[in-house]
Design a protein around this ligand. Structure first.
Ligand code: CA
Length: 231
């Protein structure tokens, strides 16, 4: 895959880290813009329209969480990779709950960051097969337009949520193990934890279930994983 014209916005206040990320992205063919704060990133967001945002959590002023929340409202299909200096699970989980697609703990290998970006982009592009729409009951997944509808009303999904839902709807009625779901979305070499998957499932349920506390479409298969059911 060529990275030409794939725009990445790097939001990081520490100049040395920001430059380091940018140099590596540019060397790999990405078009990069930098911002040193969430506020300045918001200013260039609409004119630059990045496909991917590499976002530091600890920023002066508006932090990465708040920035993520705002971007998610305005640009649901932009991929967000959060950078955290901390190792606490709380930060990662909070980032994922706010709609980040992936996270990396500093310090990280820049090649790993580029690999993650490529995985996300493949996922976003991979669904552009032939004209494909999956209709199951009241749900419609439009793989070309990357849109999802319930009772003809569009529900905004992040790229990761979309991938998980695609896996469910193309395997309707089949119990999918948590590892199977993780691998399909993040790739076989992903070393992430299963907790992240549960966060996504919770978010999806909040978006599409009639009653998220009593889910009937995304069923829990105890000790195994999840199954998509529709009426
Ligand atoms: Ca920082």
């Amino acid at each position: 895959m060529s990275n030409e014209n794939i725009k990445v916005l790097v939001v990081e206040d520490e100049p040395s880290i920001r430059k380091f990320i940018t140099i590596n992205l540019v060397r790999n063919g990405f078009s990069v813009m930098e911002a040193e704060s969430g506020e300045s990133a918001l200013e260039i967001l609409n004119s630059f329209t990045p496909r991917v945002i590499v976002l530091d959590i600890m920023l002066p002023g508006m932090d990465g969480f708040e920035f993520c929340r705002r971007v998610r409202q305005e640009m649901p299909d932009t991929a967000i990779i959060m950078l955290t200096a901390r190792t606490q699970d709380n930060d990662k989980i909070m980032g994922l709950e706010l709609g980040a697609d992936d996270y990396m703990v500093k310090p990280f290998n820049p090649l790993e960051l580029i690999a993650r970006i490529r995985t996300i982009l493949r996922r976003m592009d991979g669904v552009v097969e032939n004209s494909k729409r999956i209709r199951l009951g009241k749900f419609l997944l439009d793989l070309n337009a990357q849109k999802f509808f319930k009772d003809s009303v569009e529900i905004n999904l992040t790229p990761t949520e979309f991938s998980i839902l695609k896996m469910f709807m193309t395997n309707s009625g089949r119990a999918l193990s948590r590892n199977e779901l993780l691998n399909s979305v993040w790739g076989k070499n992903y070393f992430g934890d299963l907790k992240a998957l549960d966060v996504y499932i919770r978010r999806l349920r909040e978006k599409l279930e009639d009653n998220p506390s009593e889910p009937k479409y995304i069923e829990t298969v105890w000790g195994y994983g999840y199954r998509w059911q529709h009426d």
